[in-house]
Design a protein around this ligand. Structure first.
Ligand SMILES: [Zn+2]
Ligand SMILES: [Zn+2]
Length: 757
């Protein structure tokens, strides 16, 4: 009898694909086998070509929800006779199209079993099935099989083996299968008393009692250790802020389920979908006034709160026991990456946590929680792409077989690999200014390279020579004896959004607004407008240059941006002078006069405006001023109907000075801060419209951290959608996380960047 082979590549491992094929083949009375390989799933069956095609069609139509098929093929192979259909041992594939499966939050069926006293996994904090549980964070190598994950340390008991082998079981072929008899062990460490003994119910009870006493506990999650504390207790939150050295940056809050969420925030059906999704991200939602969550302490001066569901069974049990919202923030000191190594955690969280709830399933790849916010029309803005979403690929295949490594920027570092034509974008790794983050960056990169058997033929990095990623790029290029191309930061932002939407055949104007990036003229860019056509980029416009003074101090102290932007604005001196003591004023003024470095940064303009409005003079975390300025504008009731400030001079041309003067006049006239903040947002949209009108281009795209601002995005949509086609990032974040992908797109699609190799 003829034998046909089907090959399917994509996200097809760890999503219940083999059991699905098995059941389908049995239903169709086929004999043969299915097997995982590092390059996807292979199937062989007895039958003619028509039968093989029928099977493939059925697979494509009914594939498991979480799978993503990127390619498939059928071919006839040497005849073999099979007497039944079976799932075969995995084998090494042809190294084609390896794709990594992300972690999945606990599914509804597993939650039911977890709560069911009659179930053998009742209260088992590590319950999983073929459709849920950790994947990327525990994978040591591909193909995805138990021996290649940190589940290797646990041998399945007879009962678990039975489930694993039973095609009708939810855990048929589930690589993470375990139970209280054979599985993962929970343990609890108390900093005062040492190890706490007892079964898991006792330990979880002890943990939630500790939380109820207003203490802080660390809980080992999927991608790392998380600090958890009562979100309704202001004293606890103040204590956590002190211990973490994190005075203002908002904390995320875990709520048990949608019902609990609705006590604290309102939720649209689209937002609910995200909240309940397999990736279980933090969703930023407008908080309710009567919420018992202490908003002033959790998200000072902000109107939104980040909420997420218990994505692991351990979190679920804890939440069910405490039955109140808990702060859920990464276990670390502010500015450091999430802690994930068991042998280090006790030392590293000393003085931060009171207790640690841990377990003996090792985390291989650390991940933070992903964060998403929404405009009022439910347009999602990705703020952080990590657990449950990354590393994954942007779903457009590139026609280039090279292996390219793009190393990203600094503050929100990521890397992107071009691998067999797929772009694989890493999770958010963090601010690579910190030494620990640098270590994580190197580890994450070599882990993914190992998984994919990847070795770069070419390296791309940011033009800024001082970034850790730029320095590492140079080192790697020498080590691997490959070329290293430098790509301008804002151009990479633009090509990232062009790449996400595949706009290579269009004419597009790109607004790239962010804080900092080294420009091609050696000034600090950040308020840029580019034009793209026929694989060429051109910088068309930028925010008028202002003096960039005092280096990084300017980024941290918004009052210095105010000094620079408002320096020559009439009526501003009195406002500015009050922000500095005599000595500072003297030194900074001299710095201003002598500085030659210039900046066109939109982020600094936000800082300057936030400072003159008295919102903030010194930031305690990156992007704080812009967040507060937006929050102030959002609090304004008439925010959508206000008129912009004038931004045009007598010749009807944009002039920044006009806008800045209008702001000072509005302050002098006693207009409220939130009205001025909102009108400032409107003015920026007028500015965009003016530039678009000048360039006569119908497609407008937006990238850069400034476009995390939902009010700005809402106003752009409202005012410009009728006249223009608007392109925002979809799967990627507008912030620097998208730079690595943009570097890759720049290399692949911009002619000027393609010197012969
Ligand atoms: Zn499940
Ligand atoms: Zn078992």
């Amino acid at each position: 009898m003829k034998t046909f082979q089907i090959h399917i590549a994509g996200v097809v491992q760890g999503v219940g694909f083999r059991p699905f094929i098995y059941n389908l083949a049995c239903k169709m009375n086929l004999s043969g086998w299915v097997s995982n390989t590092s390059s996807g799933v292979y199937i062989q069956i007895n039958g003619d070509e028509k039968v093989a095609e029928q099977l493939l069609n059925e697979i494509i139509v009914a594939a498991p929800k979480k799978s993503i098929i990127t390619s498939h093929s059928i071919k006839e192979v040497a005849e073999k006779d099979f007497d039944q259909f079976s799932i075969n041992e995995s084998f090494e594939g042809e190294n084609d199209d390896r794709i990594i499966t992300p972690d999945y939050a606990i599914c509804d069926k597993c939650i039911e079993e977890l709560k069911d006293p009659g179930n053998r996994r009742y209260n088992y904090a590590f319950i999983t099935c073929s459709h849920c549980g950790p994947r990327y964070s525990i994978i040591k190598d591909l193909p995805y099989d138990r021996e290649q994950t940190s589940m290797q340390a646990f041998n399945m008991c007879e009962e678990c083996k039975k489930e694993y082998k039973n095609p009708n079981d939810r855990r048929f072929y589930s690589q993470t299968n375990s139970c209280p008899t054979c599985g993962i062990n929970l343990s609890l460490y108390d900093y005062e008393k040492g190890d706490v003994f007892g079964d898991s119910t006792v330990l979880i009870k002890k943990a939630y009692e500790t939380i109820e006493q207003g203490k802080i506990i660390a809980v080992k999650g999927i991608g790392g250790y998380m600090l958890m504390a009562d979100a309704t207790n202001p004293k606890t939150i103040q204590l956590l802020r002190q211990r973490k050295h994190r005075p203002h940056k908002p904390f995320a809050v875990m709520v048990k389920d949608v019902e609990m969420l609705q006590e604290h925030a309102s939720l649209s059906s689209k937002q609910e979908e995200y909240f309940l999704s397999d990736s279980a991200p933090i969703v930023l939602l407008e908080s309710k006034k009567d919420s018992s969550i202490v908003l002033d302490e959790i998200a000072p001066e902000l109107n939104e709160i980040g909420l997420l569901r218990p994505y692991s069974p351990l979190h679920y049990q804890l939440m069910a026991a405490v039955n109140r919202p808990l702060i859920a923030t990464s276990g670390n000191l502010s500015g450091s990456p999430i802690i994930f190594e068991d042998d280090k955690v006790v030392d590293e969280l000393k003085g931060i946590a009171d207790m640690i709830l841990m377990h003996d399933r090792k985390i291989i790849a650390p991940q933070d929680d992903s964060v998403i916010r929404f405009t009022k029309d439910d347009q999602a803005i990705v703020i952080r792409r990590s657990r449950g979403i990354a590393p994954n690929f942007i779903r457009n295949k590139e026609n280039n077989k090279k292996s390219i490594l793009a190393m990203g920027a600094m503050l929100k570092s990521t890397f992107t690999l071009l691998y067999k034509g797929n772009s694989i974008v890493s999770q958010y790794i963090g601010n690579s200014n910190s030494y620990e983050t640098q270590l994580n960056y190197v580890n994450d990169l070599s882990h993914v390279e190992d998984l994919l058997d990847f070795s770069a033929d070419l390296i791309l990095s940011d033009k800024h020579p001082g970034y850790f990623t730029s320095e590492l790029a140079e080192e790697l290029a020498i080590k691997l004896n490959v070329k290293n191309y430098k790509i301008q930061h804002h151009e990479a932002h633009f090509t990232a959004v062009l790449g996400e939407h595949q706009l290579w055949d269009s004419e597009v104007l790109g607004f790239v607004w962010d804080g900092t990036g080294l420009g091609n003229d050696d000034n600090i860019w950040g308020g840029e407008v580019f034009y793209y056509k026929d694989n060429q980029l051109k910088r068309m416009h930028h925010l008028p240059y202002q003096k960039h003074i005092l280096g990084d101090k300017m980024v941290n102290e918004t009052r210095i941006s105010a000094l620079s932007f408002f320096h020559n604005i009439s009526g501003s001196k009195e406002i500015l002078r009050k922000k500095f003591n005599d000595l500072e004023w003297d030194i900074y003024s001299k710095q201003y006069d002598s500085s030659a470095l210039l900046t066109s940064s939109m982020g600094r303009l936000f800082d300057a405006v936030a400072s003159v409005l008295g919102i903030i003079n010194i930031s305690s975390f990156h992007g704080q001023a812009a967040m507060l300025l937006e929050a102030s504008a959002l609090r304004c009731k008439e925010k959508y109907s206000l008129s912009p400030f004038s931004i045009f001079n007598d010749k009807n041309e944009f002039e920044l000075t006009v806008l800045l003067e209008e702001i000072i006049t509005a302050i002098d006239n006693g207009l409220s801060v939130s009205i001025i903040a909102a009108r400032f947002h409107h003015s920026l949209v007028t500015y965009i419209e003016w530039i678009a009108g000048q360039e006569k281009c119908k497609k407008l795209s937006f990238s850069g951290g400034v476009f995390q601002n939902k009010l700005l995005v809402e106003l752009i949509n409202e005012k410009l959608k009728p006249k223009y086609e608007l392109y925002f990032h979809k799967e990627l974040s507008p912030n620097d996380e998208s730079i690595s992908f943009g570097q890759l797109m720049h290399y692949l699609h911009i002619t000027s960047n393609k010197p012969p190799l």
